[in-house]
Design a protein around this ligand. Structure first.
Ligand SMILES: [Cu+2]
Length: 210
């Protein structure tokens, strides 16, 4: 995840803050008004000021490249996916369609029992394509540390691998209208064998539907 980005940022921020605070304290004490001191009439320092700007550009560029790299690493596909799911956000719930099957799970989100459950296998690569049917939503699964915008007319894709079984709560994290607050979902990670039999049962159910 992005955890490793925190410390370089924190160290640089604290160092810059420390230097600025020390310089400020030094200037306040050393140059405070007193007998024999005349206020300076200089409006700029032609060597130091460009130097500040250069240091600032240097630090900002380093951080920008560093974060862009971390982001690219995070988004790198994990490999050939075993399961692919299209997630569609709509006002105000979600639907999950499993590729190469007739299985689609759609919730209404009208109450806690109608929240859709996305079943996934553990230890396998699950590929997601995320889209919206109307306005911008955001698929947020805190357990996986993943938050992704759902745009109308454009697929955002990402891979996740769930390392343990369990049920994890997720929700829409982009204000999307009246019932945005109801737009929850659950991810249920089960063993690959349990996933296969779940998918087979759902496929049979979908096939027997008139
Ligand atoms: Cu939403």
């Amino acid at each position: 995840m992005f955890g490793h980005v925190f410390w370089p940022y924190a160290i640089i921020a604290l160092t810059v803050f420390g230097i600025v605070a020390l310089l400020l304290a030094f200037a306040l004490i050393r140059y405070r008004a007193g007998r024999g001191h005349e206020a300076s009439t200089k409006s700029k320092h032609s060597v130091l000021e460009p130097l500040y700007a250069l240091v600032l550009v240097g630090i900002a560029s380093f951080l920008a490249v560093y974060v862009a790299n971390a982001n690219a690493a995070e988004r790198r596909p994990l490999g050939r996916p075993q399961v692919s799911v299209t997630i569609t956000g709509f006002q105000w719930c979600w639907s999950f369609s499993y590729h190469h099957t007739p299985v689609t799970v759609t919730g209404t989100c009208k109450n806690a029992s109608q929240v859709p459950v996305l079943v996934v296998p553990t230890h396998e690569i699950v590929h997601f394509s995320l889209i919206s049917a109307d306005v911008v939503h955001e698929w947020w699964l805190p357990y996986a540390g993943w938050k992704e915008e759902a745009f109308p007319g454009h697929y955002n894709t990402f891979d996740l691998r769930f390392t343990r079984t369990g049920e994890f709560n997720g929700r829409c994290d982009e204000y999307c209208g009246l019932y945005h607050d109801r737009m929850d979902f659950k991810v249920k990670a089960v063993s690959p064998a349990a996933f296969t039999s779940w998918l087979a049962a759902q496929t049979r159910r979908a096939a027997s539907r008139p």
